[in-house]
Design a protein around this ligand. Structure first.
Ligand code: IPE
Ligand code: IPE
Ligand code: MG
Length: 230
């Protein structure tokens, strides 16, 4: 694959954990555990392929309305993820960022996130962004309200600085696993000109090889940004 055609920023909607588990007659939590393992391995693979920014949708604002039992299981998985992986990311010089409304999450998760971000800050190899308690509309509304409070008119450029993703370029490629063909409130502003790739694979089955297929599909796209093509 030609190195110049590697997307600088890949975003992934990690969907299908529950259905992966159901197919195996396992509880949904087993699907989330398998998804978490895959998430760790996949993000390393993405950076090995030359991706510089990898943004993973792990939990939406709307997901916070799921049953308490499922959410408690997910929060336990996040806790163990942060504890196990922050040092590893630091060693690999990958900066961890978390986007979303952390006040919606248990307070110890907020503390773990802040420590993880501080611990990995300045890693030069890439940025791994986890979207937790994130909603695209909420992101846009918070930015609008901030601009209104500050009494400032915004441009597309200055508005981008008010979003959670400030400092992160827009995604070049967005992958959604798990069969659905929708954005489910992810990075709505940021994906204006992002290339979209949908796969039927449930996230725990979305292997490194499947990720490479998405990179290949991206390499054959012509990005026109509204202009006339070649
Ligand atoms: C994605 O898997 C992970 C989260 C949203 C937390 P789902 O839990 O949505 O899995 P399905 O879509 O029910 O299979
Ligand atoms: C999108 O998946 C959110 C994440 C993967 C974190 P959902 O399972 O919440 O999306 P819908 O409900 O199918 O649109
Ligand atoms: Mg789902």
């Amino acid at each position: 694959m030609d190195g110049t055609q590697i997307p600088r920023h890949v975003a992934v909607i990690m969907d299908g954990n529950g259905r992966w588990a159901k197919k195996r007659l396992l509880p949904r939590g087993a699907g989330h555990r398998a998804g978490m393992e895959r998430m760790i391995a996949l993000s390393e693979h993405a950076f090995d392929r030359g991706v510089q920014y990898c943004t993973l949708f792990a939990l939406s604002t709307e997901n916070l309305l799921r049953p308490k039992e499922e959410l408690d299981g997910l929060f336990s998985l996040f806790r163990s993820y942060f504890q196990k992986n922050v040092l590893r990311l630091k060693e690999k010089k990958i900066t961890l960022r978390v986007i979303g409304d952390l006040s919606l999450l248990p307070s110890d998760i907020e503390t773990l996130v802040k420590c993880g971000e501080a611990e990995t800050a300045g890693g030069g190899r890439g940025t791994l962004t986890l979207a937790i308690g994130y909603g695209g509309r909420q992101d846009i509304l918070a930015a609008v309200n901030r601009a209104v409070r500050e009494g400032k008119e915004v441009t597309a450029e200055s508005f981008a600085h008010l979003l959670y993703t400030d400092g992160i370029p827009d995604p070049d490629l967005l992958i959604r696993t798990g069969k659905e063909l929708r954005l489910s409130n992810f990075l709505l502003w940021q994906c204006a000109y992002t290339e979209l790739y949908f796969t039927e694979k449930y996230f725990p089955d979305f292997s490194d090889k499947e990720f490479d297929k998405a990179l290949e599909a991206y390499a054959s796209r012509e990005r026109r940004y509204g202009k006339v093509g070649k």
